[in-house]
Every structure is written in C-alpha cells, then in structure tokens.
Design a binder for this molecule. Structure first.
Ligand code: SAM
Length: 266
C-alpha cells in the first residue's frame, strides 16, 4: 500500500545529480534537435510568457527539485521568484547554482537557448545574472500540507505558480494528486496563473539509487483536476515521448503543459 509516508521514505534516496544526468543533458536536452523534450517544454513556457499575461510581484515554483529551467521565461516578469523543494539535497543544489559555486550544474545551454527564443535582446549572461538576483528564497515545501509553504507564504499571496513534474511524482494516488493541486492553489491569488507541466502515463522514474513511484495521469485526468481546483484552462498541449528519448530512466509516455487561471470566485 502506497501512502504519503512511503513516498516520503522513497525520496530519502533521491540523488539530484543522477536526476539531472537522466533528464537535463542530451539526449533529452539536445539543443540541436527541435523535437527534444526539453526544447518543447522551454518553448511552451516562453510562448506563454510572451503573451504578457504572466506578470506580477511574486512567482513561486513548487517542487523545483535541482532544476531552474522551468522559471527561465517567467522570472523576467516578476519582482520576486521563490524556488521550493521538499528535500534539502535539492535546495542545496539550487543554492549552489544561485551562488555560482564550484560543482553547480551548468544551465548555460538553457540560458542561451531561452534567450534566443525570447528575442528580447541582451546576452544570456545578463539573463542568468537577472535570474540569480530575482530568486529571493529557496524554501521547503510539502504539497500534502494544506499550507504547503507553512508560515513563509500564506493563502492567496502568490501571483503565479509554476510546477513541473512534481504533483504526480509525490502523490501516492489520484485522490492525493487532486488534493495536492488544491493545496498549492490556495497559495494563488484569485485570477492568478498556473503553469503546470508533468508526465503523462508514467508509473516510475529513477534518480540514482531511488526508484520513485508516479501516479499515472492522462490529459483528461489533468483537465478534470484543474477544473475541480477552480481553474479555467487557457491552454493545454501534449508531447509524445519519441522512442529515442525512452532511455530507461522512467516509463513516461508523454508530457503535458497546461496554462490555467484561478477563477475569481475562489
Ligand atoms: N521540478 C523539477 C523538474 O521539473 O525536473 C523536479 C521534479 S522531480 C520529478 C519531483 C520533485 O518533487 C522532487 O524534487 C522532490 O523532492 C519533490 N517532492 C517530493 N515530495 C514532495 C512533497 N511532499 N511536496 C513537494 N515536493 C515534493
């Protein structure tokens, strides 16, 4: 029987460097191949942010893990960016990059690529510097708590939420996935936006010694979860994982991207 405690237990073996190696270097992050999954994700995020509708004071990324690619476009439109993760090893990995310490993961191919996508001028080095300055906090988070960020950030305090590959990867079942979405939504101001990326029809992934169970979700399940959590879906896109990118580190079949807006009534 899988429950929140056993999921938490399985994360104690999560290895950030192995996770980065599995997902954020070629072939999955191949910047010479337009069809690579990382390019697709970055394009979805950049296109949405280019509408000008995603902007405000505070952007919070829920379950950042050891990665920052997911905030590269949105960060440009907020005064303050908050990264979060359940595990201290991931928060330490993020701080290593923020402080430009030796051994930090190299996100420069991502900076270069996103700078080109955005075509807003300036160099990728300037973008990287801006992002390091905008990230004001790296906080612990638990999406299974009714207030996932505790006293640090309360109900309706956030203009935009980003979350990528987190909820389905840390919920023991669909019921808890739906509840976790409700929990993080409570952080969002009415009318606030959610940029939501996740795995489709995945049941596990690897991160070093750790094998993490994932709740398999479909487009329909995600759409229903968003509606139940009081969102209006503004855009929904899916990506089919090509056979060449099925590299034995998970059993993912695809990826979804949803842009949703919290309705005023909640
Ligand atoms: N967002 C990153 C990405 O796009 O690659 C990392 C996603 S990783 C698959 C799932 C993340 O969920 C891990 O960083 C893990 O530490 C985090 N996590 C595990 N349990 C959690 C919980 N209860 N609340 C919030 N995040 C949790």
């Amino acid at each position: 029987m899988s429950n929140i405690e056993s999921v938490a237990q399985s994360y104690q073996h999560f290895n950030p460097r192995a996770y980065l190696q599995n997902n954020y270097v070629p072939p999955r992050a191949d910047f010479s191949n337009e069809d690579s999954v990382v390019q697709w994700k970055l394009r979805c995020l950049a296109d949405t942010c280019a509408t000008g509708e995603i902007a405000g004071q505070t952007l919070v990324d829920i379950g950042s893990g050891p990665t920052i690619y997911q905030i590269l476009s949105a960060s440009e439109h907020f005064a303050e960016v908050v990264l979060t993760d359940y595990l201290e090893v991931n928060r330490a990995e993020l701080r290593r990059w923020l402080q430009d310490e030796p051994g930090a993961f190299d996100w420069s191919p991502y900076m270069k690529h996103v700078s080109k996508l955005e075509r807003t001028g300036g160099t990728w080095q300037e973008k990287q510097q801006r992002i390091r300055e905008r990230v004001k906090k790296v906080l612990p988070v638990d999406v299974h708590q009714s207030n996932p960020l505790g006293e640090e950030m309360g109900t309706a305090s956030v203009d935009t939420l980003v979350t990528t590959f987190c909820l389905e990867a840390c919920s023991p079942n669909l019921q808890m996935f739906n509840k976790a979405l409700g929990n993080i939504t409570s952080l969002l101001k009415p009318g606030g936006h959610l940029l939501f990326i996740g795995a489709l029809e995945e049941s596990y992934y690897l991160a070093g010694e750790a094998k993490l169970n994932v709740v398999p979700v479909t487009e329909e399940i995600v759409r229903n979860a968003l509606s139940d959590a009081s969102y209006k879906i503004k855009e929904f896109k899916t990506y089919v994982m090509p056979p060449a990118l099925k590299v034995g580190v998970d059993d993912v079949n695809g990826v979804f991207f949803a842009w949703a807006q919290k309705q005023d009534s909640q």
